[in-house]
Design a protein around this ligand. Structure first.
Ligand code: NCD
Length: 307
């Protein structure tokens, strides 16, 4: 249904295509929980992670195993020929001949797109520096569709909107659903101007503020992100904004009954652990939804059958 395409940026997706991934994820969810399925038996997925990852790497691996397929893991760059100076292009050419698809996470923006130019098989971008993280967005949308609603959605994106790739991808997708977006960040970590211009060009309703308290009671979804310490050129600049927002139980007074709080994780200090026990906390469920959503993507990209 999808053909042998790459998954590099949400800008390449239409709303219909996204809906078809979410629908398939819904039908695969029982298998994500442990049912038997062999839709990808005989298929191999290569995992190339040049940056730390827990959920993305392991949920891709779980997704592949739940579908009866297998994974190849490049492991840390020090253990591969990258350490001898091999280029990304050559690495991709070689591994692309071993596997049916490649998942890549890399600190450089644009690296997944570069990889796609050398890969004979589909490339899935699992995060390229401060660029994009489209598979995270698909699981975010799945979470919102299941636990809140994508119709008439009012959502606040909170935290590091400058370096956070999850919110860059999510903003593009939300524009397709006509969501009303409030951007909440410290002044130095605002959403990049080109993305805001793209959203405006699509007629998206966007507000910008530095004050979380002024919007928290108005929204259906609070999407909280970590300040991306590793992307700051100057560590001192990080310490100035590190504690900009901290959501505790007291922050939730007067919020909507059905408010859901999401976070791509890992969280550091931006959500207090006491929030975990409130009905609003959705982030751990959200991370589980990475499994059915990645199963759906893999089945669409490399499955032989459409049943
Ligand atoms: C995010 C990432 O890697 O961009 N993590 C994830 O994939 N769930 C968010 C982050 O690291 O803060």
């Amino acid at each position: 249904m999808f053909g042998k395409r790459h998954v590099l940026s949400m800008r390449d997706f239409s709303r219909e295509e996204i809906d078809s991934v979410l629908d398939l994820a819904e039908s695969l969810e029982p298998y994500a929980r442990g049912g038997r399925c062999d839709a990808l038996s005989g298929k191999i997925l290569a995992l190339l992670f040049f940056e730390p990852s827990t959920r993305t790497r392991l949920s891709f691996e779980t997704a592949m195993m739940r579908l009866g397929g297998k994974t190849l893991n490049l492991g840390p760059a020090e253990g591969s020929a990258i350490a001898k100076g091999e280029s990304l292009a050559d690495t991709i050419r070689v591994i692309g001949a071993y596997a049916d698809a490649l998942v890549i996470r890399h600190p450089k923006e644009g690296s997944a797109r570069l990889a796609s130019q050398f890969s004979p098989v589909p490339v899935l971008n699992a995060g390229d520096g401060a660029g994009h993280h489209p598979t995270q967005t698909l699981l975010d949308l799945y979470t919102i569709r299941k636990e809140s609603s994508l119709e008439d959605l009012k959502i606040a994106l909170v935290g590091d909107l400058k370096y956070g790739r999850t919110v860059h991808s999510l903003a593009y997708a939300l524009a397709l659903y006509g969501a009303e977006i409030t951007l909440v960040s410290p002044p130095s970590l605002e959403m990049p101007a080109p993305i805001k211009a793209d959203l405006a060009g699509k007629g998206t309703r966007v507000r910008e503020t530095h004050d979380l308290d002024s919007v928290i009671r108005d929204v259906d979804v609070l999407y909280v992100t970590r300040i991306q310490r590793e992307r700051f050129p100057d560590p001192y600049e990080y310490t100035k904004v590190a504690k900009s927002y901290r959501i505790g139980p007291e922050s939730l007074a007067g919020v909507q009954e059905g408010l859901i709080i999401m976070h791509p994780l890992p969280r550091v200090e931006e959500i207090a652990p006491e929030v975990d026990d409130t009905r609003h906390a959705l982030y751990f469920k959200q991370s589980f939804y990475g499994v059915p959503v990645r199963m759906a993507l893999l089945k669409m990209l490399i499955g032989d059958r459409l049943d």
